[in-house]
Design a protein around this ligand. Structure first.
Ligand code: GAP
Length: 449
């Protein structure tokens, strides 16, 4: 098993310095495990989300899109099992007031007994007995803060899909098997968040529920496992950093008949971790919503003239966590032949890179800046470009390498005469002369691959 280096600290610093990710409310000391996406980060995240939407919705005729609300009827979460079951056992230290998961391996002894030792302050006998803590954020709807107005921030997008199953099916006249996909925010009051944007309290999900005839569910489960792994490979994630992890009986969520995670090797001590879950949820969700709402959610199969509750195969991936995987996967520091200064590169897939091309005048004279500006303005209509005329040309290349820009265009002394520029490729460092009229096609073809 390859042991990839831990690049997390370097990435956190690069992300802040170059505008990928900032700590939320930083000037107030930050909000625990909540992050903001800066100018480059929002582009990268959007590219990931677009790629998913393209593959899962636009390029298929058997999946429909949906954008359901974050706030839902509180009974939804009783039906889904989240009110009763979405809990972690926690213990409190009476001495230092810190809180831990009861199964924290750093705790010595049994919490609630005199021999248990607090992993933070080291005092013995101060840890409480485990108490169940619900991970859903609770708030109130309307002006009155009483138990009748409690409402939750959704901990997954999936339930918005289940409660809309018949709305989507009937409005689109889809026949089973078909899916419903959505991208949206989710919130979990995680007890052990951390590792930068890996586990946060506010995050996004890209989930797809595929509704199938009972009995065909394992066939579809296998199909979606393979499709989703292919998608991750297509992002440029290194083959040997990806693996499946099958959930054993004790790991399976309350709703799941079978589950596999797609795991990515984040390197260092984090190692292989889940980036996506593929679950066979049977008819758990639809039958619970049918029971709790009192509304029939059965599908009518005209051909067979029978009604049934479909089974669901779910694919659930987090764009934030996948974005971190893409950054970890792409980060490298390397020496450059013939130069004393090395370079830091984000080897991002060109389709994901926030900026597709840097555009530089070699020097700030002889009409080069004006020509470079014109090229940048023309290309901007097709994809994001960054014009830069400050500092030595080598420095400008380095700045683009560090944020993953796949191409850099340089206008030089010959450009005005023959309408050609050099195009430098980030990874191979190869330079080619391309006529200005061909630039959009030349780069466009390479970023679409
Ligand atoms: N509907 C099923 C479901 O929510 P999950 O395995 O709990 O399944 C799916 O979540 C994906 O959502 C995870 O693989 C991960 O990418 C992302 N995710 C879950 N919790 C997260 C968190 N606290 N921070 C960032 N991403 C998270």
């Amino acid at each position: 098993m390859p042991n990839h280096p831990d690049v997390m600290d370097k990435l956190v610093s690069l992300c802040k310095r170059r505008g990928f990710v900032f700590q939320s409310s930083e000037i107030y000391g930050g909000t625990g495990s909540v992050w903001d996406y800066g100018p480059l980060g929002v582009e990268l995240k959007r590219n990931l989300q677009d790629r998913w939407w393209q593959a899962m919705v636009r390029q298929r005729d058997d999946i429909e899109g949906l954008d359901s609300a974050i706030l839902m009827h509180p009974r939804v979460w009783e039906a889904s099992g989240h009110v009763g079951g979405f809990v972690d056992p926690l213990v409190d230290c009476r001495n230092c007031k810190k809180r831990f998961r009861a199964d924290d391996p750093k705790i010595r002894g049994t919490p609630g007994t005199p021999d248990a030792q607090c992993p933070a302050c080291g005092v013995k006998g101060t840890l409480s007995e485990p108490r169940l803590f619900n991970l859903m954020f609770k708030t109130f709807m309307g002006p009155v803060e009483d138990s009748a107005s409690i409402i939750y921030l959704r901990p997954e997008t999936a339930q918005g899909t289940y409660v809309n199953f018949l709305n989507v099916q009937q409005s689109t006249r889809q026949r089973i098997p078909f899916g419903i996909a959505q991208i949206g925010k989710a919130f979990r009051n995680e007890i052990t968040p951390g590792n930068f944007i890996f586990r946060t309290r506010e995050f996004e999900q890209m989930e797809m529920q595929f509704f199938v005839e009972p009995g065909t569910d394992m066939k579809w489960f296998e199909y979606w496992k393979e499709e989703r792994m292919k998608w991750h490979r297509g992002l440029g994630l290194d083959e040997n950093r990806l693996q499946f992890h099958q959930h054993g009986k004790d790991e399976l969520a309350h709703y799941a008949r079978a589950a596999f995670d797609v795991q990515f090797d984040f390197g260092g001590s984090l190692g292989f971790q889940e980036i996506e879950g593929i679950h066979n949820r049977g008819d758990f969700d639809l039958s619970r919503h049918q029971q709790f709402s009192g509304k029939k959610l059965e599908y009518f199969d005209h051909a067979a003239n029978r009604r049934y509750l479909p089974y669901v195969v779910e694919t659930a991936v987090g764009p934030n966590r996948t974005l971190l995987a893409v950054l970890v996967n792409g980060y490298r520091e390397e020496a450059v032949e013939g130069e004393t200064e090395g370079r830091t590169v984000l080897g991002l897939h060109p389709a994901l890179a926030p900026v597709k091309s840097g555009v530089f005048p070699l020097v700030k004279k002889d009409g080069m800046p004006e020509m470079a500006q014109r090229i940048a303005d023309d290309l901007r209509a097709a994809f994001p470009v960054f014009y830069d005329d400050s500092g030595a040309i080598g420095r400008r290349y380095r700045r683009q390498d560090e944020v993953g820009t796949p191409f850099c265009i340089t206008v030089d002394g010959e450009s005005a005469g023959d309408n050609t520029v050099t195009v430098r490729e980030r990874d191979s460092l190869k330079q080619e002369r391309v006529t200005t009229g061909q630039l959009a096609t030349y780069i466009g073809e390479r970023i679409a691959a």
